[in-house]
Design a protein around this ligand. Structure first.
Ligand SMILES: C[S@@+](CC[C@H](N)C(=O)[O-])C[C@H]1O[C@@H](n2cnc3c(N)ncnc32)[C@H](O)[C@@H]1O
Length: 274
């Protein structure tokens, strides 16, 4: 059975800028009848991705702030799909006025435990961003894009554009399609205290799908799915252009290294025209 709320109804928290009217229901990006991202980013997420921590986020934000020339700035930043707030807190430490939006109640709860982010977190769906022309910079970091069918991914980009002021910039940190296709590990196993994690990966057309099975020693088990659209740099640049962005640059790292087929990440920086 398909269950979803119109994204506008899911919004809660203090909104910078104008609030949008409630969104209308939209079709879902789904695997086996469910929107996979509503389940994948819950309590287990920190266990599955322990390396995505505050220290790595602080390093990434420091490099990004330098690349964007935002040192000493009081720019308004939206971390869209902020997760537990690890990048948002680093933007705040750099003196920027940051807000974090995310869909996951569990990860937002972790973000809310960070004093620096008090009053700056909103539960929202990136397909219906509840702020218009409110930010100088929107960031969407660590593979938080490409979760939906193509037309909804395009909608998410249009919403990011809508959240920016004219002249504002967007940063997307996405996976590099070439490295995913070349280096895919079809299956691996990890062991933690009292549990085993099996991860199976496959490429289906232009998407990479991961099945994660966590089995606890007491017999409990949980299965999660991830299903992300892969983009070449040309495809992502085209999507950004179609969403109204200009001056798109694709880098291979947060520090602005050139992008190549060996780059671990694909960092797109684009501008909303004046
Ligand atoms: C891979 S995690 C990255 C989180 C964070 N940017 C980081 O680097 O730790 C993806 C994030 O996207 C959020 N997310 C998933 N679907 C979303 C949606 N439709 N709207 C807003 N956020 C969403 C998840 O809850 C999760 O926090």
């Amino acid at each position: 059975m398909l269950t979803y709320l119109p994204p506008g109804r899911e919004t809660e928290g203090v909104l910078p800028g104008r609030e949008k009217p409630e969104g209308s229901a939209m079709p879902t990006g789904e695997v086996q009848g469910r929107e996979w991202f509503r389940e994948a980013f819950g309590e287990l997420y920190p266990l599955l991705y322990p390396h995505r921590d505050d220290e790595s986020a602080a390093r990434e934000v420091a490099r990004l702030v330098e690349l964007l020339g935002l040192e000493g700035s009081r720019a308004r930043v939206l971390d869209l799909a902020c997760g537990n707030g690890r990048h948002a807190v680093a933007f705040a430490a750099a003196g920027l006025r940051v807000f974090g939006f995310d869909l996951s109640p569990q990860l937002l709860q972790r973000a809310r435990a960070r004093r620096e982010l008090t009053g700056r977190l909103v539960r929202a769906d990136m397909r219906a961003v509840p702020s218009a022309a409110a930010f100088d910079l929107v960031v969407n970091l660590f593979t938080s894009f490409g979760y939906f069918p193509d037309e909804q991914n395009a909608l998410a980009l249009a919403e990011m554009a809508g959240a920016l002021i004219p002249g504002g910039r967007l940063v997307i940190d996405h996976i590099n399609r070439a490295t995913v296709e070349r280096d895919l590990v079809p299956e691996d196993h990890r062991y933690g205290p009292g549990l085993r994690i099996t991860q199976k990966r496959r490429i289906v057309g232009n998407r990479v799908q991961k099945e994660i099975i966590v089995v606890w020693d007491d017999g409990r088990a949980k299965r999660l799915i991830e299903d992300v659209r892969l983009h070449t740099p040309e495809e992502l640049s085209r999507l950004l252009l179609d969403a109204g962005f200009t001056d798109t640059r694709i880098y291979g790292s947060y520090g602005g290294e050139p992008f190549g087929t060996q780059s671990p990440r694909m960092i797109a920086i684009a501008k909303k025209p004046m």
